[in-house]
Design a protein around this ligand. Structure first.
Ligand SMILES: O=C(O)CCC(=O)C(=O)O
Ligand SMILES: [Fe+2]
Length: 290
């Protein structure tokens, strides 16, 4: 939490920061004011290639197993632009790849971990674990866009104010505002409980907001956003492989270790997300045919 007398940042909202050995006072002030940070190309082209290969390997195994869920979390699956089976949302990926696991535990991410808390850890087997999103705009896609939400829904579902939680995302593709991608509303991490519950229709509402900022990324960029910030993913206007956007999110946790396993049940917020997605598809089909 920012100190009450913390200086507000007056840097432009599209500032791209450099990740060094510590989070600077300037970076911390920007994060406290706006609820997010973008770090310029934290992963190299070789590392991105390694990540791609690991993701392909996990997909191959999961498709062969006919897997529908990981530790209770449903996979989003559909087809790729060539019509082949394609997993669009992986959960707990670092539990299935030693290389992904050691990559995120590397020293360059230490300042991010310490920003969350001195005792923070990567939640490899907590929440949804390491999530890999691959949005693609083709008929039969498993994932094209994501409606407005905060990442604190799990806590809201238990009627408690969400614990401070940061979502740390690695972005694998070049995405400009015109390509769609991540949109967020700066400063909404400071809203109260009521606004966090009701300011927008969770996952249902995809409408642009006049206050929103488009996060543009280069391959290898790292973003950090406060879990209480309103954000969404805008669908790409392109189609086929040109529309591909990949983001990898790592939860950093504090507090008691709450591990999940193959025996874990599907959490209520995932059933809620699945229900709003089906309802949206259904209402779109009705509008088209009506
Ligand atoms: O793909 C992204 O950048 C955002 C994804 C997201 O907000 C989420 O999975 O909660
Ligand atoms: Fe999110």
């Amino acid at each position: 939490m920012p100190a009450p007398d913390a200086p507000a940042s007056d840097l432009p909202l599209n500032t791209r920061f450099r990740l060094g050995q510590v989070i600077t006072a300037e970076q911390q002030a920007f994060f406290d004011t706006h609820g997010f940070l973008v770090f310029d190309r934290v992963a190299s082209a070789d590392e991105i290639a390694m990540i791609e290969a690991e993701v392909e390997g996990i997909q191959e195994r999961w498709l062969a197993e006919g897997r529908k869920k990981v530790f209770g979390i449903p996979l989003f699956a559909g087809v790729d632009p060539d019509g082949a089976p394609y997993i669009s949302r992986f959960a707990f990926a670092s539990m299935f790849s030693d290389r992904l696991r050691s990559f995120v535990l590397g020293p360059r991410f230490e300042p991010i971990r310490r920003m969350v808390g001195e005792d923070a850890r990567v939640g490899h087997d907590e929440k949804d674990g390491m999530v890999i999103n691959r949005y693609v705009n083709v008929p039969g896609s498993g994932y094209r866009s994501l409606g407005w939400h905060t990442d604190g829904l799990r806590d809201l579902a238990y009627l408690r104010m969400p614990q401070a939680m940061f979502n740390v995302g690695l972005h694998l593709d070049k995405v400009t505002a015109q390509d769609g991608g991540l949109r967020l509303i700066p400063g909404t991490h400071r809203q109260g409980f009521f606004k966090m519950c009701f300011a927008k229709g969770y996952f249902w509402d995809h409408r642009p907001d006049p206050r929103e900022v488009a996060v543009e990324t280069e391959p290898g960029d790292l973003t950090v956003h406060d879990g209480r910030l309103w954000h969404r993913v805008q669908q790409s206007p392109k189609t086929g492989w040109e529309s591909l956007r990949r983001s990898i999110y790592v939860p950093y946790q504090t507090g008691p270790h709450e591990p999940k396993s193959e025996a874990s049940k599907t959490p209520i917020y995932h059933s809620f997300g699945a229900a709003t997605r089906s309802l949206r598809r259904w209402s779109k089909t009705r509008r088209r045919s009506g």
